[in-house]
Write a protein that binds this ligand. Sequence first.
Ligand code: MN
Ligand code: MN
Length: 474
Amino acid sequence: MKKSSKGKELQDKLSYKKKNFWKIVSEKEREDAFVFADEYCAFLDEAKTERLSVELAEQILKTRKFVHLDADAPKNAPGYYRINRDKNITIFRTGKKDISNGCNLIVAHIDAPRVDLKQVPLSEDETTQLGIMLTHYYGSIRKYQWMSIPLALYGVVIKEDGTRIDISIGDNDGDPVFTFADLLPHLAKDYNNKKISEAIDADKLQLLFGSIPFPDDDIKDNVKLNCLNILYEKYGITEEDLISAEIEIVPAFSSKDVGIDASMVGAYGQDDRVCSYTALRALLDGEEPILPSIVFLADKEEIGSEGNTGARSDFILDFIADIIDFQGYDSSKILRKVLTKTNILSGDVTAAINPSFKDVHEKQNAPLLGYGVCLTKFTGSKGKSGSNDAHPEFIAKLRALFNSHNINWQVGELGKVDVGGGGTIAKFMAEHNAEVIDCGTPLLAMHSPFEISSKGDIYSTYKAYKIFFEHYGG
Ligand code: MN
Ligand code: MN
């Protein structure tokens, strides 16, 4: 056997090296990662919108005997949850210590970039007499990626009397799909000379919706009328009903295994349902935690965490205050103290190095796919502006926790300095004076209709979250 050199020994002792998940785990753990990924994919395929994510989360919580938090909720339930406007949910698991000691919280978001229908969407193009839906995109998308792929419609229509009609067209067997039809290359000379960011204007995202005219030669816009008639016959809705509707256009395909070794997941909405699902499972699957655990699945992250369903709303604070009161304390006296003693992982995805676009990263500090859950000290842009910059004291404790529990983790930065940047929920949670750091799953092709993750990283994220809930602060 070759004796290792002195330099090699010293290098092993002194150097930081991230580790490849597949190289360091046992056969058993490799299998567990694949099984977990299948369960995650089943969630992704069902939960294509924030509302559906909340619905599915609630179903899972009920199987674990979690109950809705209100004044007469049973005191001995394993946990409690509250849903806000069907679009975000917060979940509490009782710990060995009560809430006056603070808690461990993971926040992630269940909205994802997409294209929404406008309020008066249906239109008939005069020249082509095709029925189209006018749209307004949501979040930051590269519009060309959404052209000429099969798309589904999901959402709700609220009638004047308050009745809710659920819409889901495109993912069920036998459903038609929709699309934004792209330009053929033969006639694309002028468009090919445009910048990518300008080649597809927002008003080119016109959803192809129908083409058969209503059989009446005396009227105009027969195709539009026929489309309206189909909607009326199928859902009992009129054009005005669409004004009080939220209908989202998302990819009409399910998640897929990616790679000859099936080691990756390709799917829509992994930003940030990957951290949402792993956080929920971590809260439910772990041993009884020392400190109480909270998972907050927020809406509206992709547009700045705004609105009363976004992370900047008082919803999460009200929930924690109610838990404090429920456990017999006075939230008007101790809420702020509890928040100060709260530790938060902002579970959000980060950008792994893409082999085709390595130039946007500085490779020593960029995460790699398959190298574990990623701790991101700061986000933001232009000199960390708009960032929560996590404190080394907090990072040291997490590092120790992850290392002592064999969690595959890495550290990462979102792209080269001044190449771009981005923000997460972290900074909004930090405003409550809690300890916060970004900790989530690296992705390739983030915000595309087909985002890529590693099954090893999904599993490492789940394990990291579980260990955080079980042991942090104990
Ligand atoms: Mn995100
Ligand atoms: Mn995002």
